[in-house]
Design a binder for this molecule. Structure first.
Ligand code: NAP
Length: 257
């Protein structure tokens, strides 16, 4: 019998690499998407050597409309889609490069929406499938010094929760994963000062990916991995934005001075 196929974006490193390893362990063949073809090839070779999985490499910059279209075309026939690729930027919005800010929207929102649409329509027709969208704990409140990133993730959480409800009863599972601080390349790429974040707030990529995949298997609408993150996320969700945005501004000011 052929194995189900999972397509993972941002699979070259970090949480996405863990999704790839764990989906292979759970019996899936893989389609690995990111820009760094060499890293994807190395991962595919390692996974194929250590499991019965076939791993196809599909290098693409998802902020490029043409390359995104080639991934959309591939998504129509997969059993599981993990929209994991994303990046953040750090600093006062008006001081940041506006082209990078809009690229962040292209990757974190536009690519995720287009791939979710391509996958959801094909999966709904087949009556089965799973879509796991990676958001963030940052999605639950405005993020001073992280304005665009937090807003993109607020979109991802709200959008995914809505699609989860729409597809109930169709056989298609839709889950949003909202990680907190996780040891990956994310903070360095975002130029974010993560040094002051207390140790208990950090998680490792394998446990975050596992929580997401377990949540998708149960068709949970929202998954917040880790006890500390659950407390933070649930508190943020019930606290008025007028309070959470000011707390965020004070915490971020302390982290940067
Ligand atoms: N780490 C955290 O603290 C944290 C917390 C909350 C949420 N998240 C979210 O978790 C997800 C995974 O992040 P991570 O922590 O694993 O970060 P990471 O280590 O920086 O990995 C990001 C992945 O996205 C890929 N990517 C970046 N730009 C891309 C583009 N234009 N086209 C295609 N792929 C692209 C990268 O590969 P290439 O460079 O090879 O393209 C890489 O595989 C993101 O959505 C992030 O927002 C992370």
């Amino acid at each position: 019998m052929s194995r189900p196929v999972a397509l993972i974006t941002g699979a070259s490193v970090g949480i996405g690499e863990q999704f790839a390893r764990q989906l292979a362990e759970r019996g899936h063949d893989l389609v690995l998407v990111a820009r760094d073809a060499a890293r994807l090839e190395a991962l595919a070779k390692e996974i194929e050597g250590g499991s019965g999985a076939h791993a196809e490499v599909l290098p693409a910059d998802l902020t490029d409309a043409g390359q995104l279209a080639s991934v959309e075309a591939r998504v129509g026939v997969v059993d599981v889609l993990v929209n994991n690729a994303g990046f953040g930027t750090f600093g006062s919005f008006h001081t940041l490069d506006v082209d990078t800010e809009t690229r962040e929207i292209d990757l974190n929102i536009i690519a995720l929406v287009r791939l979710t649409h391509a996958a959801a329509s094909a999966m709904a027709e087949r009556g089965r499938g799973g879509i796991l969208n990676v958001s963030s704990l940052a999605s639950f409140q405005p993020g001073p010094s992280n304005a665009t990133y937090s807003a993109t993730k607020a979109f991802v959480t709200s959008f995914t929760e809505a699609v989860h409800e729409e597809l109930k009863g169709t056989g298609v599972s839709v889950t949003v994963l909202c990680p907190g601080f996780t040891h990956t390349e994310f903070q360095e790429r975002a130029n974010a000062p993560a040094g002051d974040v207390p140790g208990f707030m950090w998680q490792e990529a394998p446990e975050v990916a596992r929580a997401g995949l377990d949540g998708l298997a149960k068709n949970r609408a929202v998954v917040i991995p880790g006890t500390a993150n659950k407390v933070m996320g649930n508190l943020s969700a019930v606290t008025p934005h007028a309070i959470t945005r000011r707390i965020g501004a004070v915490v971020l000011k302390r982290a940067t001075t």
